[in-house]
Design a protein around this ligand. Structure first.
Ligand code: GLC
Length: 529
């Protein structure tokens, strides 16, 4: 394979902070980003062709949601072959081209790794089914006899996160565990072959030049010994924080310590990012001890309303919990599993204000594709086009996930708005013509230009980016004000303008500042002062 630029980039030794301590990482959801072959599905060649857009936007790295060979029972989070690309997305050659071209633009690439479960079409699982009870391949998964007369009841009372029992019975009478869809059997992480296989998969992508991994359901790999009953009847939520016998078990940390050794074998500061839903910020910090992973998603922040007091609490808790382990705090407002924050917060003004607030905080930030365009959730998708497996379960998620996955608009007056030359796998609303990249480019009032300006300032301003604290300033109720060196950020979360003496010269504001000492409703302002 080609020599990758990442190999030549500096590593985080001594006092030099690692790039990931302050990176803005852009999440690409491959099926909905850009479609190069007109089949209505985004693909790797589409992503490659749009890398200059991401460079110009000003992000540091790109996280790609799964593009591996998959029957797509859960939009690619059901992986049949971890070393192959699904033909819908392209070829391994295309993946290599994305990584190489990204590196040439000085953008890093983080790939999504799904270690908790695979697809029921993975070779190991198919072989386990063929070979029957008691055979070695079954030990790589959680196969058990059922309970009750004739084993007709599931082995325990665990519920799947998408709704219904977490167990499915196979024709020979055994049941297998799947915390998600029945098409996503959970691996048995006690098994050495599973551990070896994933270290080898890490190396495969590191050799190809990947700068890191976003680790799906990082808290789920180890299950409590004996798979004990939960003893209560409750539907689990994505991004939940319950104490459970299949999440956040202490044994997961040994896995991440062994992965860290692999990451550290490679030059170029390769990282692991945990998608870990744990009962507390301190439990999340355990994944980020110096010999484990580098970052974790901050779901506490994502789940916080547009409310000054709540935000300040979440910001302080997040910073406090990371300080003891020396890991950077991360910030995120949207991703492919939640309602887009413009819709969650109720207005574009709030979404823009929330973005400036997030980008002013110390640490690393995640931007989900389309949020830089101010896209809302699509709430009126017809049932027949929906693909989210949770939709098909009566007890599934209350927030269905297709509405945040609608392909993004690039240009033009009609759907698919430059997404591709064919259609788009989910229909785009008519109003999206005005939200396209082309429509917003060059318009200083647009959300796209707001993100571009914010990322430019964030990169240039010495007080922004990495850090582990903020200095709170006195502010009226409903307003947040904090200082970082000679930089001040104020955010008015109320729906009325608030008087506050200008703390300096305004650098950027999410809503026009008519008077410097009058903060508009639902706005954030960056100040030099
Ligand atoms: C993660 C992913 C989500 C997926 C689930 C199962 O939460 O973000 O999209 O459905 O894992 O892999």
């Amino acid at each position: 394979m080609t020599q990758h630029l990442a190999d030549a980039l500096p590593t985080s030794t001594g006092t030099q902070p690692g790039w990931w301590r302050e990176a803005v990482i852009y999440q690409v959801y491959p099926r909905s980003f850009a479609d190069s072959n007109g089949d209505g599905m985004g693909d790797l060649e589409g992503i490659r062709s749009r890398l200059p857009y991401l460079k110009e936007l000003g992000v540091d790295a790109v996280w790609l949601s799964p593009f591996y060979a998959s029957p797509q029972a859960d939009a690619g989070y059901d992986v049949a072959d971890y070393r192959a690309i699904d033909p819908m997305f392209g070829t391994l050659h295309d993946a290599d081209a994305v990584i190489r071209e990204a590196h040439a633009l000085d953008l890093r690439i983080i790939v999504d790794l799904v270690p908790n479960h695979c697809s029921d079409q993975h070779e190991w699982f198919k072989q386990a089914l063929r070979e029957g009870p008691g055979t070695p391949l079954r030990e790589r998964f959680h196969f058990r006899p059922g309970r009750g007369a004739g084993g007709e009841e599931p082995p325990n009372d665990w519920e799947s996160i998408f709704g219904g029992p977490a167990w499915t019975r196979v024709p020979d009478g055994e049941w297998y565990l799947h915390l998600f869809a029945p098409e996503q059997p959970d691996f048995n992480w006690e098994h050495p072959a599973v551990q070896d296989e994933f270290r080898s998969i890490l190396r495969f992508w590191l050799d190809l030049g990947a700068d890191g991994f976003r680790i799906d359901v990082a808290h789920g790999l180890v299950k409590a010994p004996g798979l004990p009953d939960l003893g209560r009847d409750e539907q689990l939520k994505l991004l939940g924080n319950q104490v459970l016998p299949f999440f956040d078990q202490d044994g997961v940390h040994e896995i991440y310590r062994s992965w860290r050794l692999v990451l550290d074998e490679y030059a170029g500061d390769r990282i692991g990012v945990a998608e870990a839903w744990t009962p507390s910020a301190d439990r999340t910090a355990m994944y980020l001890r110096p010999d484990e992973l580098h970052q974790a998603f901050n779901f506490h922040y994502l789940n916080t309303d547009w409310d000054a007091e709540a935000l300040r609490g979440a910001i302080d808790d997040s910073l406090d919990s990371m300080r003891p382990v020396g890991a950077p705090t991360t910030w995120v407002l949207s991703n492919h599993d939640v309602v887009r924050h413009r819709t969650r917060f109720g207005s574009l003004e709030r979404a823009r204000a929330a973005a400036l607030l997030m980008l002013a905080l110390p640490g690393s930030a995640y931007v989900y594709q389309g949020e830089e365009l101010g896209l809302p959730e699509v709430t009126d998708l017809p049932d027949e086009v929906r693909q989210d497996p949770s939709f098909f379960k009566a007890n599934g998620q209350d927030g269905l996930r297709d509405g945040c996955r609608v392909p993004i608009p690039w240009s033009g007056e009609e759907a698919p708005y430059g997404f591709g030359t064919g259609g788009s796998w989910l229909p785009q609303p008519a109003e999206w013509a005005g939200l396209s990249v082309a429509a917003q480019t060059g318009d200083p009032a647009s959300t796209l230009e707001l993100y571009r300006a914010a990322l430019r300032i964030r990169r240039a301003h010495p007080a922004l980016g990495a850090g582990d604290g903020v200095e709170w300033l006195p502010a009226p109720e409903g307003v947040l004000a904090f200082r970082r060196g000679d930089f001040v950020c104020t955010a008015n979360t109320t729906d009325v303008p608030v008087r506050l003496p200008a703390p300096g010269t305004a650098l950027l504001s999410s809503t026009d500042l008519a008077e410097p000492d009058l903060l508009p409703a639902d706005s954030t302002v960056w100040w030099q002062g």
